[in-house]
Design a protein around this ligand. Structure first.
Ligand SMILES: NC(=O)C1=CN([C@@H]2O[C@H](COP(=O)(O)OP(=O)(O)OC[C@H]3O[C@@H](n4cnc5c(N)ncnc54)[C@H](OP(=O)(O)O)[C@@H]3O)[C@@H](O)[C@H]2O)C=CC1
Ligand SMILES: O=C1O[C@H](COP(=O)(O)O)[C@@H](O)[C@H](O)[C@H]1O
Length: 519
């Protein structure tokens, strides 16, 4: 079988980078070859086992990581052997039972080596460098041509020291055609000042091209589809503005609480955990102007512009909640007033969106798990069918689960009578693309880091603009000026949030539920 890299061995680093913005960026057309070391720092943690290693395994299975080129290193303080780490992640690597699948799993696990060390000591990182260099030597990599990817699956508090250590002891030794790249997770800072401080610390060590600020929502299939939908369809181009759209909701719901991550969560809260990053990235793609091209810099320029056009958040357009029982988690302080739910209305001061509320809503321990964008259109002027009673036109993009997009529209009720009902045009991915396995967000984004494509990563000025929007509100919350309203786990969240939604202009449809079609 020809594999992605065996088909493209002639690509060198420069060709690859200049091609990477092309709209034809097929996954299998732009891989570099040569020795690749992927280092997962914080390998003992939750993200590493649930997301990072499984994503690496999926890339390996599909031939995007080749055993003759790649080696994977886990690094953390926990004392454990290579086999201990393999054992720890094994259960999270989904695979079939066939011989080939089992062989692939075994081969993948054999690529993993574990190095234990602290995040601020020379010894640990020297040892890590020694292990990486040995692997490079075995692979007969020419000095300076190797590729080193450091994935920081760690709390942000240790990013500066870890980056310092990598810079001092673990860099690819020359800049021939090799590289060293750093992937950092969110939350990147706690407010504008701390984020800028962190950015400056990292900028002293690495340039912007080496830093990949990951936001895994940007790797989700339907999030990646947003620009295509908006700018490749004549349907939407003339409608996507204040003349036709009444309000937009971007919603994240989880039907479970903080589940063992209460200690982390309590320091951040739902706005820093979900809204300031994941939902705001989706917001950018829904609201930004058309980029000049698909070059990462052109796209990110437009995202920055729309973020800079967001007006200060009005406290009366915010509802915060905390679910009953949140404080029972022993890692959460007794008197915590950290919000686990928030609805925040953003308003954009520009020609396209003046007056249109963008309602960002996120909550834990709610009645369902889903993420979606809901674009609600204005009523039809001079309505002769009295169709208003059914509800408005809505275009819904279901990011997860059951990826889909559907348009709620009024049609004639089938039958002899001339009456109308609300129905839908439905594109459900499970039904329409039955043979396609939708890649995990992390899989796609890690591949992008290896390919050097920064389109789906957050640029420093974008991050700054995002914090500028939320910092005043977050400071108010931190100072106790906006206490959360309690809500029952398994509910819709505080009733006040629905009231805010109605005040913002959202008209709820009664008696209509979209049911994902079954096969
Ligand atoms: N878990 C998730 O679902 C998601 C996580 N993220 C982000 O990914 C990053 C990692 O998250 P996650 O894996 O959940 O975090 P963990 O709390 O599991 O931490 C990862 C590892 O870091 C080390 N560690 C933990 N706390 C500290 C500390 N205070 N100082 C130094 N080292 C520490 C531990 O390794 P050891 O003690 O062995 O060194 C731990 O195994 C975070 O930035 C998080 O916000 C983003 C999206 C989703
Ligand atoms: O970043 C985070 O995301 C997850 C939700 O991710 P999803 O892909 O399952 O929607 C969330 O549970 C977690 O609190 C947050 O840190």
């Amino acid at each position: 079988m020809s594999t992605p890299s065996s088909r493209n061995s002639s690509f060198n680093g420069n060709n690859f980078r200049s091609e990477s913005f092309s709209s034809e960026r097929d996954l299998d057309s732009v891989l570099e070859t040569g020795c690749l070391s992927v280092v997962v720092l914080g390998a003992s943690g939750d993200l590493a086992k649930k997301k990072t290693f499984p994503a690496l395994f999926n890339l390996f299975r599909q031939g995007f990581l080749q055993s003759n080129e790649v080696h994977i290193f886990g690094y953390a303080r926990t004392k454990m052997s290579d086999d201990d780490l393999r054992e720890r992640i094994h259960g999270y690597l989904s695979h079939g039972k066939g011989d080939e699948e089992m062989e692939s799993l075994t081969n993948f696990l054999q690529l993993i080596k574990y190095v234990s060390g602290s995040y601020d000591s020379e010894d640990g990182f020297r040892l890590l460098d020694k292990e990486i260099s040995e692997h490079e030597l075995v692979r007969k990599s020419h000095p300076g041509t190797s590729r080193r990817l450091f994935y920081l699956a760690l709390p942000p508090s240790v990013y500066p020291s870890v980056c310092k250590m990598i810079r001092s002891y673990c860099m690819n030794q020359s800049d021939l055609s090799g590289w060293t790249r750093i992937v950092v997770e969110k939350p990147f800072g706690k407010d504008l000042a701390s984020s800028e401080e962190l950015s400056s610390q990292l900028a002293e060590l690495f340039n912007e091209e080496q830093l990949y600020r990951i936001d895994h929502y940007l790797g989700k299939e339907l999030v990646q589809n947003l620009l295509v939908l908006r700018f490749a369809n004549r349907f939407f181009v003339p409608l996507w503005n204040r003349d036709n759209i009444d309000n937009v909701q971007i919603v994240f719901r989880e039907d479970f609480g903080t589940e063992g991550r209460g200690g982390y969560f309590d320091e951040y809260g739902i706005i820093r955990d979900i809204i300031q990053n994941h939902l705001l990235q989706v917001f950018c793609l829904v609201a930004m102007e058309k980029p000049v091209s698909l070059k990462p810099e052109h796209i990110r320029d437009e995202k920055v512009k729309v973020l800079q056009s967001v007006m200060p958040i009005a406290p009366e357009e915010v509802v915060l909640g905390q679910y009953d029982g949140y404080r029972d988690d022993p890692t959460v302080p007794d008197g915590s007033s950290t919000p686990t739910f928030a609805t925040v209305v953003l308003r954009i001061h520009n020609e396209r969106w003046e007056g249109v509320p963008f309602i960002l809503k996120a909550g834990k321990a709610l009645n369902s798990r889903k993420a979606e964008v809901r674009v609600q259109f204005k009523d039809v002027p001079g309505d002769i069918f009295r169709s208003k009673k059914h509800g408005r036109n809505e275009f819904v993009i279901r990011l997860q689960p059951s990826e889909a997009m559907y348009m709620k529209l009024t049609v004639k009720k089938p039958g002899l009578q001339m009456s109308t009902i609300l129905s839908e045009l439905d594109l459900s991915y499970g039904q329409r693309y039955q043979d396609v396995k939708i890649p995990e967000a992390y899989e796609r984004l890690i591949l992008d880091t290896i390919r050097g494509d920064q389109q789906h990563f957050v640029r420093r000025d974008e991050l700054r603009a995002a914090w500028e929007i939320f910092t005043p509100l977050l400071h108010k919350i931190d100072n106790g000026e906006l206490p959360p309203i309690s809500y029952k786990p398994g509910s819709r969240g505080p009733a006040e949030a629905d009231e805010l939604l109605a005040r913002a202009g959202y008209v709820q449809t009664h008696g209509y539920i979209w049911i994902p079609p079954s096969l």
